[in-house]
Design a protein around this ligand. Sequence first.
Ligand SMILES: [Zn+2]
Length: 219
Amino acid sequence: MKSPTHICKSCFCNFNEGSFHSLFNSPTLCNKCLKEYNPIFKKFKIENIEALAIYEYEGKVKENIFIFKGCGDYELKDTFLSSFVTDLRVMFWNFVILPAPSSEESNLKRGFNHVKEIFSILGLPMYEIFKKISNHKQSNLSYLERQKVNKVLSIYNGEIIKNKNVLIVDDICTTGATLKALISLIKPFNPKQIKVLVIAKRDMSEDEINKIKNSHEIL
Ligand SMILES: [Zn+2]
């Protein structure tokens, strides 16, 4: 049986993906690009909450997150998860997804909410209960300002997660400040279980963290 030909959404080559895995997933990346994305499935903790990152924030995946999110290249949206849809659906079959918010202003500029678009491929129920009040670009913030990020995040309709298994999802985890803020927003609504899934984890050395802590960067 000849396997169908796909077009890689990252390098645009034609590829045949005849593996057993592809019977259940519709790949959007050729093997070469998937290797360059370098999935690591790294487990970590945010306070006491179990978190999982699919990739390290570097190389091709970093570049494509930027092109997708910063330049609005919508075609890249499925490339981050398409190879792992079945695995992730099994892992989180009884969870509802809570996408980390981005501001209305950024969504309008981009034409879509990038976090929601990336994770919609999983086909799990998604509740958009988080809102971001103003545009608050993390990369422009000093460490102390990042700690204050919860001031601009809020929750609506929190009651709907009572007794539910919730999966908070985001694209990049750097200091974890946003995710921590989201976790503390949902805790009062008594979800049954909280887990976190991110596309990429940015690992910073002690030095880098201290540099950020000591910087007096102004907004
Ligand atoms: Zn490719």
